[in-house]
Design a protein around this ligand. Sequence first.
Ligand code: DGY
Length: 321
Amino acid sequence: MDKPHIFIARPMPHWLIEKLEQEATVDVWNKNEAVPEEELIRRTEEADGLFCTVSEAVTRNVIEQAPRLKVIATMAVGYNNIDLEAARENKIKVGHTPGVLTETTADLTFALLMAAARRLPEAMDTIRNNEWGSWAPFAFTGQDIYGATLGIIGMGRIGEAVAKRAAGFDMNILYHNRSRKREAEERVGAVYTELDELLGQADFVCVLAPATPETEKLIDAEAFRKMKKTAVFINSSRGATVDEPALIDALREGEIFGAGLDVFENEPIGADHPLVSLSNVVVLPHIGSASEKTRRQMADITADHILQGLKGEPLTHEVPE
Ligand code: DGY
């Protein structure tokens, strides 16, 4: 019998390709950029397994033109880029990588929070541009983190891991979630708060919610108006949760102090994006889970999902869980 066929939507290390090649023929997209839809259709029309990332739009169009597809495994915890309904209708299993990236993404979220609060990139640029004249009493004054109030929107695994870090800084932790998380409240001392109240009280507003129809543009112009003028806004979840033009206005008009962003409405963004030229913003290219260990584990779990799906076995982390 012919070996099954897998399409991998990114360059991958040899050990991973070799692991998959023991069971299947493997075709790899050898560019570090998202596979365009037409190419994705062409490369998956004969595939039994699709190994993708957050950037591929695995639409109904792609799925319906891949009659052999049994499994879609994304190397990410978020799966808003995959048409789950189309996958279910076509009896295709979908796998993702929760858990393994929680702490790494929480670390990055806290790093963003601190960098935006204390204006680190701006301060570093002063040296890079040879502009450091002398110690200046009020240069680069930022916002205190220790003892401040953190508002977490979306108290999932990563939200809780961020709260744990915040507890070490003696922060007051508020959270908003579609349902109360009483165990998390006990574990990290977070207080459930209505969204408006959280927006008004928090010194740091941190979005850690998945992109769903309910969270689409959840943080809009009105939400920014409710925040303190000294508030720092952090997003390391999905760009779709924020009304980006409203965020840009809020930052330009001084409605909030600053922002730390790892995600954007349309990725990738370039140097000409309006957020990049604002001095009160820290921008990163979606690197929340990017530690060597974590990315390796994510790739490995994704490969396991592909192999499980090809054999008709349950996936370790199947969506919906
Ligand atoms: C995820 O896993 O969903 C991240 O956004 C990609 O690292």
